[in-house]
Design a protein around this ligand. Sequence first.
Ligand code: HEM
Ligand code: HEM
Length: 150
Amino acid sequence: MTNAQPGAAQNQLYDLHRSFGALILGIAAMRLLWRLFAPPPPALEGLPRWQELAARGTHYALYVLLFAVPLMGWAGTSAFGAPIFVFGLFELPPILSQNRDLAMVLLTTHKLLAFTLCAVLALHIAAALHHHFIRKDATLRRMLPRLGKR
Ligand code: HEM
Ligand code: HEM
């Protein structure tokens, strides 16, 4: 997206990026709301304490980043002065007034946070696979509504 030639195609990529980012922000908010009413089950018994704490810390970091990354993108785009059309359906209002220098700082932070999200996510997926294939416990299976109960 950032390396494309300036023009209609690049604008389309920016529009899609911002639309999917806004969608992720909405889904993250719904998930967090849902979690208040349906808290996750406790960690499986027999898990070393440090692994339980590592899992809790990773999940916490994922939630923080799921909000911080798109909000930073929204703030940076507002400061840049560009409109945010979500899939051409509606426009997100700016949350900051125009300031190009600030926009550069916010969008660089946005990018760094997004790469941090990728790193934490890689750890998260590796841990889930470790549970399933090496510890062979029910952590991954119990994410499924029915199969997890077996
Ligand atoms: C979870 C959602 C999001 C992720 C994972 C994400 C990820 C990224 C990444 C990795 C970059 C760096 C691209 C590069 O320089 O190579 C980037 C750039 C950018 N993002 Fe996001 N983004 C998200 C949501 C948003 C949202 C919601 C907006 C605005 C409403 C947004 C606006 C931008 C803009 C304008 C840039 C380009 C900055 C520039 O031109 O240097 N992003 N994003
Ligand atoms: C291959 C992909 C993935 C696998 C296999 C996976 C696996 C899992 C498993 C097994 C759990 C439950 C852990 C437990 O019961 O203690 C979990 C929880 C969680 N996952 Fe993933 N996950 C994946 C992708 C993602 C992605 C893309 C995100 C978000 C960016 C994410 C965010 C979370 C969060 C926040 C929790 C904690 C839920 C809560 O406690 O409310 N996961 N994941």
